[in-house]
Design a protein around this ligand. Structure first.
Ligand SMILES: NC(=O)c1ccc[n+]([C@@H]2O[C@H](COP(=O)([O-])OP(=O)(O)OC[C@H]3O[C@@H](n4cnc5c(N)ncnc54)[C@H](O)[C@@H]3O)[C@@H](O)[C@H]2O)c1
Ligand SMILES: O=C(O)C[C@H](O)C(=O)O
Length: 190
């Protein structure tokens, strides 16, 4: 199995600045750091490296996300980037381009726009791969499942509501024809 580094973009975005985004490395938690914080993870051939970088790690989403990543025993290396209150020399976001194998997850809103903008930036750099760029829209699935579970009075963990489309307004499209468990009550879909 081929493992790719993962880049998660969670900073609040000034669209005009997107092509000149500058980030600073706040902290890199490598294998040694894992041992320092008492985790038993170590890199062996049977435990391949999984590297994650979070851009905007100092913010409201980035901080808990970084904590979750740090607690995840599957992740061997965690690099946290932000521009605020960080010492060091700024590095251009082109460091992402240099890692053409990385999976890039766009959390920054508006996701409907940031994903195509990122695609254009990567195309310009000659590193675009549509299989490796993602918009993070899981919240829409979580919400759809929660609302549907409430309507059909089932535990959230036992319902499934596929959601396609974008991450704003009417572009979010729950597929009620595909829900589990199916409901034939038309009021449930309203
Ligand atoms: N897709 C989703 O489901 C989802 C969910 C929640 C939030 N969001 C979006 O995530 C983004 C972040 O939300 P938040 O609440 O963490 O915001 P926040 O303002 O608390 O944090 C943003 C962080 O990004 C940093 N930052 C700004 N510009 C940067 C740059 N060029 N490079 C590196 N870091 C930079 C800031 O210093 C700050 O620490 C927003 O766009 C928000 O709408 C998306
Ligand atoms: O919509 C937002 O501002 C944040 C996030 O993307 C959400 O769906 O709640």
């Amino acid at each position: 199995m081929v493992l790719h580094p993962v880049v998660i973009v969670v900073f609040t975005l000034d669209l005009m600045d997107f092509q000149t985004i500058r980030v600073q490395l706040v902290k890199t938690l490598d294998h040694d750091a894992w041992h320092l914080v008492g985790r038993s993870y170590s890199s062996t051939e049977s435990s391949p490296e999984r590297k994650v970088a979070i851009l905007g790690a100092g913010g409201g989403i980035g901080q808990p996300l970084a904590l979750l990543m740090k607690l995840n025993p599957l992740i061997s290396s965690l690099s946290l980037y932000d521009i605020a209150n960080t010492p060091g020399v700024a590095a251009d976001v082109s460091h992402i381009n240099s890692r053409a194998q990385a999976l890039v997850n766009m959390v920054s809103n508006p996701v409907n726009s940031t994903v195509p903008i990122a695609a254009e930036v990567f195309k310009k750099a000659g590193t675009f791969d549509e299989r490796k760029l993602f918009g993070v829209t899981t919240l829409d699935v979580v919400r759809a499942k929660t609302f549907y579970a409430g309507k059909v009075k089932a535990p959230v963990a036992e319902v499934n509501v596929p959601v396609v489309g974008g991450h704003a307004g009417i572009t979010i499209l729950p597929l009620f024809s595909q829900v589990y468990p199916a409901s034939f009550d038309p009021t449930v879909q309203n």
